[in-house]
Design a protein around this ligand. Structure first.
Ligand code: GDP
Ligand code: IMO
Ligand code: MG
Length: 427
């Protein structure tokens, strides 16, 4: 059985958690392939709301294996807190598995993330300050600490000493932060090591075995395409690759195992943190999206910047990940607008019209959106469960997007709830 990737098509918070939870009902295994607890994936099931940061969004289905893959970065304390919180709500974590090769976020990563943001001042990235960037930095520098190191206290303290050798100087001399002791960090990790040890495994083998056994495997992306380290709006990006190709690397399976790629986009756009955002609105329309969409970050509580849907960016996302389908979430939030706007092209400073996303940052920074306006709709669509019951204007909006991106929209979000969705739609 081939694997399906669910990938954010914008700047994150597209509703991946809800989509993965929906698909997880018919999946045997759900695996996260990158990112860490910078992610915040919300699932609303009945009266219960779950905000997941590291645990895959398949956890609400008993018996589903939930894998935190090799490509992720894991803050042991944050993971233990999340596990305990879920267990206290009666959710079983028996199916959780943590890759022994996943890198661990250490206290110095968190300290350095905050200090580096402070130092950048007006050039700061607006990170979640969870230590994501510094942890991936150490991975690339080959001085990282991995989940498997928790299983060997002697190796753990030795590796911490190596990592801290230069880092302590940087913390003290560059940032004026206190030095840290390898032994103290290792001692502090003991309770987490005890708690996490039963989950640590060879997750590449696990996922491969599931695929060989014909099981349904879902690979859950965090963040979004425009935050991709290689292809996003660099430097205002995260430090990993959310795009679909990274799922193969981050899990440890061959790319030929992935045949279905579901891109997730809001019916409009949001972004948290700094960086360019061509369709951003600073007016009553943006305010309305913010309020009706309750656009506040799941992880940091920061207000999300809002704007109209950007098809130049969405086509780019489809190109980068090879979307076979698209889920369009939060269409209900657009009810009540007199007209809805679709950005179908950018105009450069020189007046050139671009349908393809420009590779050069200077060109991109100078782009203004070119809008195609469509009539809005007043009806509340939160009870709509099939395409026929959508107001004509809402249907036209969805069809216009599917045609322009050249990807079928197979899921439409009509509310926060698990079942507030129009499913198996081919527009
Ligand atoms: P993720 O990071 O991609 O999983 O998205 P977040 O959970 O951070 O943010 C998406 C927010 O939108 C969450 O509060 C979801 O409950 C909510 N949401 C998802 N789909 C819909 C939808 O179709 N309509 C509405 N109104 N809310 C939705
Ligand atoms: P989910 O999975 C939205 C943003 C941060 C910042 C930039 C870099 O919930 O969609 P980082 O802490 O990763 O170094 O921050 O990326 N960011 C997100 N924005 N949703 C997320 O995750 C994000 N994870 C990181 O706001 O601009
Ligand atoms: Mg989120």
């Amino acid at each position: 059985m081939p694997a399906t990737v669910v990938v954010g098509a914008q700047w994150g918070d597209e509703g991946k958690g809800k989509v993965v939870d929906l698909l997880a009902e018919n999946s045997d295994l759900v695996a996260r392939y990158q990112g860490g607890n910078n992610a915040g994936h919300t699932i609303v099931a009945g009266d219960e709301t779950y905000k997941l940061h590291l645990v895959p969004s398949g956890v609400l289905y008993p018996g589903t294996l939930c894998v935190i893959g090799t490509g992720t970065v894991v803050d042991p304390g944050a993971l233990v807190t999340e596990i305990n919180a879920l267990e206290s709500r009666g959710i079983s974590l028996d199916g959780l598995r943590l890759s022994g090769n996943a890198h661990l976020i250490m206290p110095y990563h968190v300290a350095l993330d905050g200090a580096s943001e402070m130092r950048l001042g007006k050039f700061s990235i607006g990170t979640t300050r969870r230590g994501i960037g510094p942890c991936y930095q150490d991975k690339a520098s080959r001085i990282g600490i991995r989940a498997q190191d928790l299983l060997d206290p002697k190796i753990l303290v030795r590796k911490l000493e190596v990592a801290l050798e230069l880092k302590n100087d940087i913390m003290e001399k560059i940032y004026g932060l206190p030095r840290m002791s390898a032994q103290e960090i290792a001692d502090g990790l003991i309770p987490y090591a005890t708690r996490l040890a039963p989950f640590i495994s060879d997750t590449s083998l696990l996922v491969d075995t599931a695929l060989r056994n014909g099981q349904n495997v879902l690979l859950e992306g965090a963040q979004g395409t425009m935050l991709d380290l290689d292809h996003g709006t660099y430097p205002f990006v995260t430090s990993s690759n959310p795009i679909a190709g990274a799922a193969s690397v981050g899990i440890g399976i061959g790319p030929t195992r992935i045949t279905r790629v579901l891109g997730v986009s809001k019916a409009y756009t949001t972004r948290v943190g700094e960086g360019p955002f061509p369709t951003e609105l600073d007016d009553a329309d943006g305010q309305r999206m913010l309020e009706r969409g309750n656009e506040f970050g799941t992880t940091t509580g920061r207000q999300r910047r809002c704007g109209w849907i950007d098809l130049v960016a969405l086509r780019y996302a489809s190109r980068l990940s090879g979307f076979t389908e698209l889920a369009l979430t939060k269409l209900d939030v657009l009810s009540g607008f007199a007209r809805v706007r679709i950005c179908d092209a950018y105009r450069t400073r020189e007046g050139e019209l671009l349908r393809d996303f420009p590779y050069h940052q200077t060109v991109f920074h100078g782009c203004t959106p070119v809008y195609h306006d469509l009539p809005g709709w007043d009806d509340d669509i939160t009870e709509c469960r099939d395409l026929k019951s959508l107001p004509t204007a809402a249907r036209t909006y969805v069809e216009t997007i599917a045609e322009a991106v050249e990807v079928p929209i197979t899921l439409i979000g009509t509310g926060q709830g698990r079942h507030q969705v129009i499913d198996t739609v081919e527009v």
